[in-house]
Design a protein around this ligand. Structure first.
Ligand code: NAD
Ligand code: WQD
Length: 343
């Protein structure tokens, strides 16, 4: 049994990973400033797993708080989710993104080094590949980012590579997630976007729930089989399991390695809409609009390194993710703000 610091533990992916860690018998300390989440998520994590965790409210940039945390717990490793993640917002507020995502990670790595805790699993993103030349995308594809959010992920990866090269006591996996969707099958935790969702899946869920009239499909003139954008959608429960495997990997290996987490399958916008309708019986009204600036046509993972290095592969398809995501949405129409909680 290990003790892990999970930053951003109340967030969408962090909460699902906390469930997986607790269910595997590990101890979890979550550090979250709740800037994009609710402490209620952590109550539900504990209810699902049937085990307690330690929830600390605070910021990863707070060096004094980190020093106290590392002094108070014998951590075996850190899984670092805490970050800002909206691409458009990062273009408008680059300083906030560099401060939070790069500055926050530097402060965390410094505290870890001082405490002698050098096992690190990082939340990176397929966004570091920009518009890929070749599909499926392997980890050898060039890193070329197209917005400040993506740049923060690429910069942190560079820091991690340099750190592991300088000191072979560091052991780091940078997980490059493709498109996480869905929710825990209990319907108790899931994605809870503030405001109008930027991403496709939560938007579809809100159309199904009657919160939005129709989905705007950003272009049907892409060079793809049905003209709509193609992505590699992976179930968040599969993604959470990948973190458990990555933590097991950093316990046994030194160095820094980037690993794609995706299914290896491309699904178009319209295919995802149809899968959602088939899995839930809910019709999704949509209309085609112009392309969204900055979008790419197609993007899916070569997930073979994840299988070879971590022994991980995605188990669930998009139908299952749609059914689970809809259960969360239906029971919590206003996310964690829903009055009376789940039904
Ligand atoms: P999220 O916003 O739900 O979770 C991030 C959590 O970190 C939130 O609970 C937020 O309150 C917390 N946080 C933010 N800044 C903090 C700070 N300075 N100190 C303490 N806590 C802080 O997002 P998510 O979708 O769960 O994403 C988790 C990680 O995965 C992020 O690093 C994100 O960039 C990365 N990622 C997400 C996706 C995706 O599509 N969701 C894809 C690729 C990578
Ligand atoms: C998917 C497809 C859209 C919304 C983004 C970030 C990336 C990563 C995941 C963190 C595209 C289309 C979308 C809508 C639509 N996040 N779409 N109507 O753009 O692949 O990735 O989230 O690291 O960094 O860039 O995901 O869900 O926004 O879009 O037609 O209302 O759905 O054009 O083809 P994307 P997405």
């Amino acid at each position: 049994m290990a003790t892990l610091l999970v930053t951003g533990g109340a967030g969408y992916i962090g909460s699902h990973t906390a469930v997986a860690l607790l269910e595997a018998g590990h101890r979890v300390v979550s550090l979250d400033n709740y800037s994009n989440s609710s402490p209620l998520a952590l109550e539900r994590v504990q209810r699902i797993a049937g085990r307690p965790l330690t929830a600390v409210e605070g910021d990863v940039r707070d060096a004094a708080l980190l020093a106290r945390l590392f002094a108070g717990h014998a951590f075996d490793g850190v899984i670092h989710f805490a970050a800002l993640k909206a691409v458009g917002e990062s273009v408008a507020q680059p300083l906030a993104y560099y401060e939070n995502n790069v500055g926050g990670t530097l402060s965390l790595l410094r505290a870890m080094d001082t405490a002698g805790v050098r096992r690190f699993v990082f939340s990176s993103s397929a966004t570091v590949y920009g518009a890929p030349d070749l599909l499926p995308i392997t980890e050898q594809a060039p890193v070329r980012t197209t917005n400040p959010y993506g740049a923060t992920k690429a910069m942190v990866e560079q820091v991690l590579r340099d750190l592991a090269a300088a000191d072979d006591r560091w052991s780091v996996v940078s997980l490059r997630y493709f498109n996480p969707i869905g929710a825990h099958p209990s319907g108790e935790i899931g994605e809870d976007p503030n405001d109008i969702p930027n991403n496709l899946f939560p938007f579809i869920c809100q159309v199904a729930a009657g919160r939005r009239e129709q989905l705007a499909v950003f272009g049907d003139d892409w060079p793809t089989p049905d003209g709509t954008g193609v992505r590699d959608y992976l179930h968040v429960v599969d993604l959470a399991a990948g973190h458990l495997r990555a933590f097991e990997f950093v316990q046994r290996h030194a160095g820094m390695v980037p690993v794609n987490l995706g299914t290896g399958r491309g699904v178009s916008v319209l295919q995802l809409v149809r899968a959602f309708e088939a899995a839930t019986g809910q019709p999704i009204a949509y209309r085609i609009v112009g392309r969204r600036p900055g979008d790419i046509a197609e993007c899916w993972a070569d997930p073979t390194s994840a299988e070879r290095l971590l022994g991980w592969r995605a188990e669930f398809g998009v139908e299952r993710a749609c059914a689970d995501g809809w259960r969360w949405q239906r029971r919590n129409p206003d996310g964690y703000r829903t009055k009376g909680g789940i039904t």
